[in-house]
Design a protein around this ligand. Structure first.
Ligand code: EPU
Length: 429
């Protein structure tokens, strides 16, 4: 297994480009299932999750070609209805094939999805919403089985929480249903807006994208959408990771390829911490000339502070002057990586979904292990603030969200390398 070795003390400076958002690209690939023919998604990040989603779609009978940052998905007239158990288990986003398959085929059998170790991740809102639209949904042998032989019908759906995945699944199911669907308390993330744009490009009739009330005029016919070419929205979480990296290392980083309004609250926190922030239509620059001041952070659904940036907020708080209160409201296991931060000398106390972080001037290098994508990125950034060489294991997690993290870090002046960890000797043989 690879490890990343980061030397502490570097100041990140320069320009870095972000590509499309993983959490959009994966859903856009699933959306292609809604129309027979070849849809193309461009500006796709070259990460392992995209390869896994491509394989999920291939096993459903699609042809998938990946050329550079373009993914072509050619969907047959009759796609398969069973999503492979072992593939789906690797990827939370793969549950998003459920809505489109059910809408097109009247039946779908999709394994319970996997994903990061950041807490319990229910499916009750996906299931309840599909049931409202006339589906019978059961669970068996680790699969979610949804059936609507007569087709789905429109419905009014109240989500208990603005779940990103449930909003996406229900939206994709609703576009082909008979009659109108209203999704209230819908998620408002830029990735949802991106999905709405692709679906609209395919011929779907959706209003309210980016608000908490989505209205879909269902087309009522499984063959009514057409394939499309769509450019994936830039990755706000990767952009935010670089922005926090600049603040933590007292650097000066310009990030291109993303709309800075998508991380407005995060940038505001950086300004409060003492950063100079400049923004353009598709770029942002974060410069920090002093030790950061402690700021409090509360994660919330969009447009609140993104939970996926929580490890970066903890990293910043760990080297700030003063104490920060960091509150996580989305995932019950988000703080699991804090034990690894403690190895780096970070002073963090948690109580339920709150963490109090007492900043110190410099962290202390140590071997650590990433437990999920964002924790891994946070540990890499924290490693830059240590007094020696920090070795981060579990790099495959980081690879799931950050296409070129080591070359990008090098370009920004960090001393970092990726090596293969020596094999653990086999005992007792
Ligand atoms: N939830 C339920 N029942 C449901 C659906 C969700 O209880 O039916 C709960 C979850 O357990 C969680 C909360 O609601 O506690 C939020 O879940 P949501 O459905 O909004 O998240 P998701 O769709 O599973 C996506 C991203 C995550 C990101 C969250 C929140 C993808 C593939 N994943 O997850 O991204 O943190 O939205 O913004 O889009 C990452 O990229 O590292 C990542 C974890």
């Amino acid at each position: 297994m690879d490890v990343i070795r980061v030397s502490g003390g570097a100041r990140l400076a320069g320009e870095v480009a972000v590509v499309g958002a993983k959490n959009s690209a994966l859903k856009l690939m699933a959306a292609a299932l809604l129309a027979p023919g070849r849809s193309v998604v461009t500006n796709v990040p070259l990460i392992t999750d995209i390869a896994v989603m491509a394989e999920v779609l291939r096993r459903l009978g699609c042809e998938v070609d990946i050329r550079g940052d373009e993914v072509g998905v050619t969907v047959p007239d009759r796609p398969g209805t069973e999503a492979d158990y072992d593939l789906v288990r690797q990827l939370r986003a793969s549950i998003c094939v459920l809505g489109p398959l059910l809408a097109r085929c009247g039946y779908a059998r999709v394994a319970h999805p996997g994903g990061d170790a950041i807490g319990s991740r229910g499916l009750d809102m996906h299931v309840a919403g599909l049931a409202r639209m006339g589906a019978e949904v059961t669970g068996e042998h680790g699969y979610v089985i949804a059936s609507a032989p007569g087709g789905l019908h429109g419905a009014t759906i109240w989500l208990d929480f603005p779940s990103v995945g449930a909003t996406e699944n229900l939206l994709m199911a609703a576009v082909l249903a008979r009659g109108g669907t209203e999704i209230d308390n819908a998620a408002r993330e830029p990735e949802i807006v991106d999905l709405c744009a692709m679906l609209t490009g395919m011929g779907a009739r959706i209003s309210g994208a980016g608000t908490s009330r989505l209205e879909v005029a269902g087309l009522g016919n499984a063959a009514s959408l057409a394939p499309v070419t769509h450019r994936c929205v830039g990755d706000r979480i990767v952009a935010g990771t670089w922005a926090f990296g600049a603040a933590m290392t007292r650097g000066d980083v310009t990030v291109t390829g993303v709309d800075p309004r998508f991380i407005e609250i995060a940038l505001d926190k950086l300004i409060l911490a003492g950063c100079l922030v400049e923004t353009g239509p598709q770029s942002l620059r974060v410069r920090m000339d002093q030790r950061p001041r402690a700021v409090d952070v509360v994660t919330l659904p969009y447009p609140g502070f993104a939970t996926d940036l929580l490890p970066m907020a903890i990293g910043l708080a760990s080297v700030s002057e003063g104490s920060s209160l960091v509150t996580e409201n989305i995932f019950d296991g988000r703080f699991m990586f804090i034990n690894e931060m403690a190895r780096l000398g970070a002073q963090i106390q948690t109580d339920g979904h709150h963490a109090v972080v007492r900043g110190r001037e410099r962290l202390s290098s140590a071997p650590v292990r990433a437990s999920d994508i964002r924790a891994g990125a946070g540990l890499v950034m924290a490693g830059l603030c240590t007094d020696g060489i920090t070795e981060i294991a579990g790099v495959h997690h980081v690879d799931r969200g950050y296409p070129d993290v080591v070359p990008d870090l090098r370009r920004l002046g960090a001393c970092v390398e990726r090596t293969v960890a020596p094999d653990v000797p086999a005992f007792g043989l």
